[in-house]
Design a protein around this ligand. Sequence first.
Ligand code: KG4
Ligand code: ZN
Length: 340
Amino acid sequence: MLPADHPVILGIESSCDDTAAAVVADGRLRSTVTSSQHIHTQFGGVVPELASRTHQQIIVPVVHRALEEADASRADLDAVAVTYGPGLAGSLLVGLSFAKAYAFGLGIPLIGVNHLEGHIYSVFLNDSPPTFPFLCLVVSGGHTQIVLVEDGFEHLVLGRTRDDAAGEAFDKVAKLLDLDYPGGPAIDRLAKAGDPTFHAFPRSRPGGYDFSFSGLKTSVLYYLNEFDTAERAALLQEHLPDLSASFQQAIVDVLIDTLRRAVAETSVDHVAIVGGVSANSALRRAAEELARETRTELHVPAPEHCVDNAAMIAMTGRFRLAAGRTSPLTLTAEPNLKLG
Ligand code: KG4
Ligand code: ZN
C-alpha cells in the first residue's frame, strides 16, 4: 500500500516507439515500465502505423505492470499524467485516449505533459535535483535545444537546431556505417575503442545558440563516397571505431561549446543535459569537464531516464498537479507541440 497523504501519479508515455507507464508517489519514483518496439529495427527507423498499433496492443498490460510494481491499485491514484505532444499523431493518440478514459473513469485529474518538458523534468528523478533557474540542453532523436528553465513552467528557448536533431544525426550516420537503428548507442559503444582525431569532420556553428547537424551527416556521406565498394568495406572493417569516434567528437564539441557560451551569458549555477543523446558517454564526460571549468552543478539523468520513459512524465505531472495545472478532458494530441 502507498502512503495515502501524498499524491500518487500515473505517468503514461507513447509519443514514439516506446510504450511506457510509471508511478510517482510522495515525490519519489515507485515503478517504471518501458516496452520498446524492436519491430522497427528491421526497417531502419520507426514506422508510424506499426508503432501506434503496437501501443494499442500493449498499453493495458504496461500500465497494469507499473501499478503492480508500485504496489498500487487504481483507487490509490490521484492523477494521470500523459504526453500529448510532440510526437507521432497515431502514437500520441493511443496514450492520450487511454489516459483520458482512465482519468474520467476514476474521477481524477488529467495532466497533459509536453514530452520535452518531461525530458527537462527527468533530472528531478535524481537524488539531488537542480534549483531554478537552470540551463538545460535537450538532446533527443527529434529535438536539440538549449532552454533556460524557470520555476512555474517558464521555458525560454535560447537556441535550437535549424535542421537535424543530434540524435537524428547519430541515427542517420549509423545507417551510413551499416549499423542498426537506433544508431546512437552503437556509435557510442564503438567510439570507446576509436581515435576521435582520425578524421576532422566539420563543426557547424550557424549563429547564436542554434545548431545545425545536416552538414555533418552529409560530410560523412561524402567522405565514404570517396572510396569504391571494396575500399569502403576495408575502411569500415579496419576503422569503424575511429570513424564513430571522429563523428561523435564533432557533435560533442558543438554541443558543449554552445552550452559553454550559454552558461557564461546566463550566469546560472545549475546545468542539465537531458534526452536520449544525454546517455552518450563522451557527451557526459565533456559535460562533467564543462561543469568543473564553469563551477556549475551538472545534472544528468540516470541512463534509463535519458531515453523515452514514463517516469519523467509522472514526475512532471507531480509538479503540474502541485501548481494546479491540470488539463480538460477535451485535450487533443499535438504532434508539433513546442516548448515555451
Ligand atoms: O529521447 P529519445 O529516447 O527519443 C526522442 O524523444 O527522440 O532519444 C532517442 C535518440 C535516438 O536518436 C538515439 O540514437 C539517441 O537518442 N541515443 C544516443 C544514445 N542513446 C540514445 N545517442 C548517442 N549516444 C547514446 N548513448
Ligand atoms: Zn524523447
